[in-house]
Design a protein around this ligand. Structure first.
Ligand code: ATP
Length: 308
């Protein structure tokens, strides 16, 4: 649906995107992760046709965006990080204004506006001025604007940041619904628990370069294996050496009173680990399974490649 190849963007001498590549498959939710300033909004502004790039290409449905902007824009709905509205209008007036801009017939404007107010839970606030809206209400209204023309590709820039836990949950549920309505979602976020909940694919952008492109399923298999934290008394180094020989162990870290065992096959390790440990000259005093999260992977990757 969306493919980005060798994309470059600079502001003066600042190289923001240094030849990035990624693909967003139709019907998937794609999470674009990165710290503040990584270049996520810049990428989203380019993909939404709002700003130009300096090199590479962006294709939607196989067509080059910059040569087919008018045609391709009809497929895109965009919720920017800080949506801007006419503050003196009410939510209803604003959505009707959007409908009129799209040259919908009056009856259609009315019904689509009502439908969207309901969807984003603003029906009760429909007559209130946007200027008095909370951050969460503004995000929801922005989502309604992005959805107005039934986009095929919904682009959401940090849709859950700055929302309270309840607002985040509501937004995540709306994103899940968009997926069920056959929309493709391209979202950026640094709230990794939300990404883990809703995304099928993830990409990590760091200092203008892509560090990782993967399906969440693959990531879970390859990187999200739990870690065994075991406290021991006795000869920790011998226990470490013995466990390092096991086919299922990928890394063993030793501490003063214990070890952490990283594994490639959780089920195999769970069965074998304690059996192997009791053969070594140690006494086990505690045994814990620590679940690795997307956040652990993200921090691991960006700190290896940056200045964390
Ligand atoms: N119009 C602009 N002119 C000059 N520099 C810009 C402009 N827009 C963005 N930048 C710079 O480009 C870099 C990337 O910004 P961008 O907003 O794309 O990052 P981001 O990953 O979306 O971060 P955030 O989550 O903080 O929005 C930053 O260093 C930013 O200061």
């Amino acid at each position: 649906m969306l493919s980005v190849n060798n994309l470059k963007k600079s502001y003066g001498r600042l190289e923001v995107l240094k030849a990035i590549d990624f693909k967003v498959e139709e019907g998937k939710v794609f999470g674009f992760l990165g710290r503040n300033g990584a270049g996520k909004s810049t990428t989203m502004n380019i993909v939404s046709g709002l700003i130009d790039h300096n090199g590479g290409n962006v294709k939607i449905y196989g067509k080059e965006l910059k040569d087919n902007k008018k045609d391709l824009m009809q497929y895109i709905g965009y919720l920017p990080e800080n949506p801007v509205f006419y503050e003196y209008m009410s939510a209803e007036q604003y959505l009707k204004f959007i409908g009129n801009l799209s040259s919908y017939p009056t009856q259609k404007v009315k019904s689509r506006t009502n439908e969207l107010l309901e969807l984003v839970k603003l029906t009760d606030a429909r007559n209130r001025k946007i200027g008095g809206f909370s951050r969460g209400m503004r995000q929801r209204l922005g989502l309604a604007v992005a959805l107005y023309n039934h986009p095929k590709l919904l682009i959401l820039d940090e849709p859950t940041s700055a929302l309270d836990p309840e607002g985040r949950l509501e937004m995540v549920e709306m994103i899940e619904n968009a997926k069920h309505e056959d929309m493709t979602v391209f979202l950026s976020s640094h709230i990794l628990s939300d990404v883990e909940r809703v995304c099928d694919e993830v990409s990590i952008l760091h200092e203008g370069k892509i560090l990782l492109n993967s399906s969440l399923e693959e990531l879970q298999k390859s990187h999200l294996q739990p870690i065994f934290d075991i406290e021991l008394e006795g000869d920790v180094q011998t226990a470490k050496k013995e466990l390092e020989k096991m086919s299922w162990s990928t890394k063993v870290e030793s501490q003063k009173n214990g070890i952490s065992v990283y594994v490639s096959d959780f089920d195999l390790a769970k069965d074998a680990l304690l059996k192997e440990l009791v053969k070594t000259p140690v006494t086990i005093t505690s045994y814990k399974i620590r679940k690795k999260t997307l956040e652990d992977i993200f921090i691991g990757m960006v700190s290896k490649n940056g200045d964390l």
